[in-house]
Design a binder for this molecule. Structure first.
Ligand code: FDA
Length: 401
């Protein structure tokens, strides 16, 4: 008998006590499976705790496949349709957690993100799930086709499991315990990875751009930001390092380094008509004051300093009005880069979905091995979609693992 044959045997081991891993453990434990969750961090659900500014935007009422990026946009459909936002809301309501819609279907805790972690831990406890934190994990042997278990090492102890679920998330916020565990494992067994990069992340600007815009730090504007195929109408925030705010974070997931971002400072407004109307109705109004009505005083001043004709509207000809329109609809800027994984909310790319079953998240070529959550090449828009993917993919694997 080898050491492996004598090691404790669990039906399911989940590596990663984050959103996806805990949800998977609850579902598998609820089916009567013996479940062990392992995490190298000092406590479970650390990203949940810091999410949504401490109030966890735990789902989005309008979550659907159109809110996700993936090389295969059809892949998330199955899991998302079988575990919907309403299923998670029912769980939240069962635990009497007060919540509210902030905007655009985004649901947040009234009190704190801790309510969601406590809820998941309570569900784990009632499903007899064991959770071990501060536990480094390595995989000694993946289950072969003719064997009945995988062999792991957890904090120096050998463990066996019939099903192994990898839920170690993406690379964002390494200080919170993020690691490339899932990606490294996938590479080591020959699975394809889609290129990894930071998503939902602020843009940085080069020193010359920053000098021009630094006085605007703290100003927030309604805008429509377009990068690649992504276009988002939300707020933009000028910062000391560049550009942030929900519209920018959303667009960053579609941005290719070196390309321009188009920022419409007058979204859904026919600026040329509005300028002509104002020129007739209020000819003495200065251009700066006109712009300040929409763009704030500081931005209007800066835009005039950047070469717009700051004169009474009545003195501006059609060509000058057109210059104003060109500078605002859209304002084009080429970011120097992004803040990277240090502040990114998500990691784009990941394990190619071709390797996985969309129904169960099981790896096609490796029996009883599952990948769920952010480690997989499925990334949501801002607004609760990423947690919904974590819950739904965790639930899909937990139903069969
Ligand atoms: P998650 O990262 O949650 O969990 C992975 C777990 O694996 C962690 O506990 C980690 O410690 C563990 N782990 C990693 N490597 C390991 C290793 N080698 N060995 C053992 N354990 C290991 N989304 C949303 O929908 N609404 C929101 O409000 C927010 N807000 C938000 C704020 C911030 C600041 C960030 C960084 C992210 C968000 N997100 C979000 C995104 C959301 O947090 C993210 O998509 C999910 O947490 C992903 O869930 P996972 O379970 O896949 O990974």
């Amino acid at each position: 008998m080898t050491e492996g044959d004598r090691a404790p045997l669990f039906d399911v081991v989940v590596v990663g006590a984050g959103a996806a891993g805990l949800m998977c453990a609850i579902a598998a434990g609820g089916r009567g499976r013996s479940v062990l969750v392992l995490d190298h961090a000092n406590r479970p659900g650390k990203k949940i705790l810091m999410s949504g500014g401490g109030r966890c935007n735990f789902t989005n009422m309008y979550c659907g496949p159109e809110h996700f990026l993936s090389a295969n946009p059809h892949f998330p459909k199955s899991a998302l349709s079988r575990y919907s936002p309403w299923d998670f809301i029912a769980l939240v309501e069962k635990h009497r957690i007060p919540y509210h819609e902030k905007k655009l279907g985004q649901l947040f805790c009234d009190r704190s993100s801790k309510d969601i972690v406590d809820m998941l831990l309570a569900e784990c406890a009632s499903a007899a799930v064991e959770i071990r934190t501060r536990t480094p994990v390595s995989i000694r042997t993946l289950r072969a086709a003719d064997a009945s278990w995988h062999l792991l090492e957890a904090a120096g102890q050998a463990l066996r499991c019939r099903s192994l679920v990898i839920a170690t998330g993406g690379l964002s916020i390494p200080t919170m315990g993020a690691s490339g565990f899932a990606h490294d494992l996938a590479r080591s067994i020959g699975l394809r990875l889609r290129p990894l990069r930071a998503g939902l992340v602020p843009f940085t600007l080069d020193p010359a751009q920053l000098e021009e815009l630094s006085e605007l730090a703290g100003v927030s504007l309604d805008s429509e930001v377009r990068a690649g195929e992504g276009c988002f109408h939300e707020h933009l925030l000028f910062t000391h390092r560049g550009l942030s705010g929900p519209a920018i974070l959303q667009a960053s997931s579609y941005w290719a380094p070196g390309t321009e971002v188009e920022i419409d400072l007058f979204p859904e407004v026919d600026l040329a008509s509005r300028l002509r109307e104002a020129r007739s109705a209020r000819p003495k109004l200065g251009l700066r004051s006109f712009l300040a009505e929409q763009l704030t005083r500081r931005v209007a001043q800066r835009w005039c300093e950047r070469g717009l004709p700051d004169q009474p509207l009545g003195q501006l000809g059609d060509a000058e009005l057109e210059t104003v329109v060109q500078a605002c609809k859209p304002w084009r800027i080429r970011p120097a880069g992004t803040e990277g994984y240090r502040t990114a909310e998500v990691t784009l790319g990941g394990i190619d979905t071709d390797a996985l079953s969309s129904k169960t998240m099981a790896c096609r070529d490796h029996p009883d091995l599952y990948f769920i959550g952010e480690a997989v090449d499925v990334t949501g828009h801002l607004g609760g979609h990423n947690f919904q993917w974590a819950w739904a993919s965790g639930q899909a694997a937990g139903q069969v693992a």
